[in-house]
Design a protein around this ligand. Structure first.
Ligand code: AVJ
Length: 319
């Protein structure tokens, strides 16, 4: 068998249909919203890579520190022979884990970006002769059919991306991950932690303006894909801490009264001056909230690791 297999579980036109449905719902609702998954076209993915290198954006470095320090322990506790990574992107941080998992038979990266999957997959099989890579082009929030591979299986969902899902969707998502696991399998989950408000807000509103550009990129995506006429300069980037929900919100605030046309949807969308369009929530967690949410999904927390400054956590849970 070829060491690199690529399976598309997402029809070629599914992305377009999903974008239309999300934009229609989000721009006709009150308040207006757009889901964060549409940030990540090629330019948005580049901007996100730059965000991960910003002095203010600590989560990526904190999570890498944990992976560097704990991968050997994760490997010995799980004994994983199959590693499934949801939202794998460039698989950069996962390399530490893959290197430590000496008994690994198959790596299953799951992502919507075919180019990221192919690049990362090819690089890995070159580095690790004998490793099977079976990449899945899929939206990880949808039902996943995993290839038949040897257990134990470790499902990793890193980066704190689970925080982009609102609580009800998060519960459903954890339930679907639970459904992928058999006895002896485990979930490795990355969660950003509640901390000082100023630190959190600065991580989402950096001095160089990279996050502002990332936020506005969603407008460019809607312009290109649906023929809309958003002027990104007619909006200001806003990051705020919602203390009740314990999440960061990113918004785009209209600088003036304006009408935006979205021809592909036959829409004319009115924005009042000061009106805000919500583009992302990024929930922050505590050990107790992670443990309770895992429990509710039929999972049980077995290990909890944080970086040296207690900013970010990796947890391991089993069913
Ligand atoms: C990739 C979803 C984890 O929520 O921190 C970074 C995305 N948004 N800066 C996050 C993001 C603004 C990031 N995740």
């Amino acid at each position: 068998m070829s060491p690199f297999l690529l399976t598309r579980t997402l029809p070629e036109d599914a992305t377009d249909a999903a974008l239309r449905a999300d934009v229609l719902r989000g721009l006709t609702g009150t308040p207006k919203t757009l889901p964060p998954k549409w940030f990540y076209d090629a330019h948005g993915s580049d901007l996100f890579e730059r965000i991960t290198e910003l002095p203010e954006y600590y989560p990526t470095r904190a999570e890498r520190e944990i992976l560097v320090g704990r991968s050997a322990e994760i490997a010995s506790v799980t004994g994983a022979r199959t590693l499934v990574e949801l939202g794998s992107g460039s698989s950069e941080k996962t390399r530490h884990l893959i290197e430590a998992l000496t008994g690994l038979h198959t790596y299953v990266p799951v992502d919507v970006s075919e180019s990221a999957l192919t690049q990362a997959g090819q690089a890995l099989i070159a580095e690790r002769p004998g490793l099977q890579v079976h990449a899945l082009i899929a939206d990880f929030t949808a039902a996943l059919a995993l290839p038949r591979t040897p257990g134990p299986r470790l499902v990793a969902f890193l980066g704190g991306t689970i925080g982009n899902l609102p609580p009800v969707e998060r519960a459903a998502f954890l339930g679907s991950i639970r459904g992928l696991l058999s006895p002896g399998d485990a979930l490795l989950l990355g969660t950003d932690l509640v901390k000082d408000e100023e630190v959190l807000v600065r991580a989402y509103d950096d001095a160089a303006g990279v996050t502002a550009a990332f936020d506005k990129n969603v407008l460019t995506v809607v312009n290109r894909e649906l023929g809309a006429d958003f002027d990104p300069d007619a909006f200001d980037h806003v990051a705020l801490w919602d203390a009740r929900n314990e999440w960061i919100e990113m918004r785009l605030r209209s600088r003036a009264d304006q009408t935006v046309k979205v021809p592909a949807l036959g829409l004319a969308v009115e924005f009042a001056a000061g009106e805000e369009l919500r583009t992302e929530i990024s929930a922050k967690f505590r050990r107790d909230s992670v443990s309770a949410e895992l429990d509710a999904a039929g999972l049980s927390l077995s290990h909890w690791w944080t970086d040296s400054e207690g900013r970010f956590a990796l947890s391991l849970s089993t069913c």
